[in-house]
Design a protein around this ligand. Structure first.
Ligand SMILES: Cc1cc2nc3c(=O)[nH]c(=O)nc-3n(C[C@H](O)[C@H](O)[C@H](O)COP(=O)(O)OP(=O)(O)OC[C@H]3O[C@@H](n4cnc5c(N)ncnc54)[C@H](O)[C@@H]3O)c2cc1C
Length: 401
């Protein structure tokens, strides 16, 4: 039976795109969008780039919304409990919403440091975080960025370009772990050339200063002076509110290949919170925490929620990602972190323009490009063709079962 009352939890990229797909596919029932943040949906990629640099303001980050959405918005109110069997969702303000279709799109939260921290230590996930970091960091004597993943590296690059002194600290020997040691090493070189002080293979031993940060002490005794720090330690899905719901929870909500999280197939899940099977990932389900996945999975999940069983489609996309650091645009397709070998097929490390292909057991699993939008197109196509074949084979297997 087609749902008549759908609730979307999470009013950001995946939630908004799911809601729009529902309407585009003809859903004319009651639609409610619940969001913990008080802001209307906005885009996160500029938060570590243009918004942090001050070259765009908050209004430029707003996500464009379809004027025909006809939804009830419950912003500034988190969902706090879910009862799938009764089709009930409880909100922080005590309200209870009934649903016969649910989209979970609650994204991630930044991983936090255990214990008390001095003033001046930030995290970056939302607009309010970014505005607070900008206010503090642009006037800082020196900013320490803890964690050289994509967000840490982007913040380091943005602040350097704004003339701020930056130290970048990570426990690993090179930044951007998914790129592997060679390309991660290239990133380290680029940051060093741009004037970032790198402390790699180092752990933080202590934050010094009270009430405000003055320095960070590392495990080798080095004292990195800093009056502002960013904890860029990765993102985790906060699914504690779903404990007891019966849904399968890992670092996110586990779904099947059609984005369904429950056996009755009334609950779908999309975006950073979704953990799902993917042919490139092997046996274990994965989370693909990138912008384009949030958009594509939201559309797929919403489509499947409305579709009759025989018209549902597996969600097996070509993962893709970009990151801007200085004058370098890094792009990746597939899951290059799964590669056993990474081979440079175009360009060179010196020119900061290159394409590298990642293989596993003789098959292409991913590719990485630096400043080569054209070079990433061919591996993207090849991965799409590979996936089309495996998806068709899986569908045929289901049909014959
Ligand atoms: C600083 C930054 C820079 C980025 N840059 C890039 C980039 O360059 N390229 C790229 O590909 N990706 C980038 N990303 C990743 C990309 O933004 C995410 O993949 C995308 O935002 C995921 O969308 P989502 O809707 O799944 O989750 P989110 O955007 O995290 O939104 C989830 C929403 O759900 C809300 N919520 C959570 N729990 C509840 C609850 N219980 N009840 C109600 N609401 C709830 C949250 O408050 C949030 O508003 C970046 C992310 C960040 C933080």
């Amino acid at each position: 039976v087609a749902p008549r009352r759908i609730v979307v939890v999470g009013a950001s990229l995946a939630g908004l795109r799911a809601a729009e797909t529902l309407r585009r596919r003809g859903f004319d029932g009651e639609l409610t969008i619940v969001g913990a943040e008080r802001h209307a949906p906005y885009d996160r990629p500029p938060l570590s780039k243009q918004l942090l640099a001050g070259t765009v303001e908050q209004s430029a980050c707003a996500l464009r919304r379809s004027p025909d959405l006809d939804a009830t918005w419950r912003l500034g109110t988190a969902a706090t409990a879910l009862d799938p069997a009764r089709g009930r969702l409880r909100l922080a303000d005590g309200a209870e919403l009934r649903f016969d279709g649910l989209v979970l799109a609650t994204g991630c939260a930044p991983r936090r440091w255990p214990g008390e921290l001095p003033a001046g230590v930030h995290v970056l996930r939302g607009l309010d975080d970014a505005l607070a970091l900008r206010t503090d960091a642009l006037g800082a004597r020196r900013v320490a960025v803890l964690g050289a993943g994509f967000i840490g590296c982007e913040v380091a690059a943005t602040l350097r370009r704004a003339g701020v002194a930056v130290a970048l600290i990570d426990v690993l020997p090179h930044p951007l772990a998914p790129l592997g040691p060679v390309l991660g090493g290239l990133c380290a070189r680029i940051h060093a050339e741009e004037g970032v002080e790198l402390h790699l293979s180092r752990r933080v031993a202590a934050f010094e200063g009270a009430p405000r940060l003055t320095a960070i002490r590392l495990d080798d005794g080095t004292r990195v002076e800093a009056d502002v720090a960013l904890l860029a330690l990765g993102a985790v899905a906060d699914v504690r509110w779903l404990a007891g719901s019966g849904l399968r929870l890992e670092d996110g909500v586990v779904t099947d290949a059609w984005c369904f999280a429950d056996a009755r197939r009334r609950i779908v899940c999309a975006g950073d919170v979704a953990v799902f099977p993917h042919p490139l990932a092997g046996e274990r389900p994965v989370a693909i925490r990138h912008w384009s996945n949030a958009v594509e999975q939201a559309a797929a999940a919403a489509g499947n929620l409305l579709a009759p069983e025989d018209e549902r489609r597996r969600y097996e996309p070509v993962p893709s990602f970009w990151s801007d650091q200085y004058d370098v645009r890094i792009q990746s397709v597939g899951l290059p972190e799964r590669a056993q070998t990474l081979e440079l097929v175009e360009g060179s490390l010196e020119t900061r323009r290159l394409v590298a292909l990642g293989h596993r057991a003789g098959r292409l699993v991913g590719a990485i490009a630096f400043n080569s939008a054209a070079g990433i197109a061919a591996p993207r196509r090849q991965l799409a063709e590979q996936l089309q074949r495996t998806t068709a084979a899986a569908d045929a297997h289901v049909a014959s079962a």
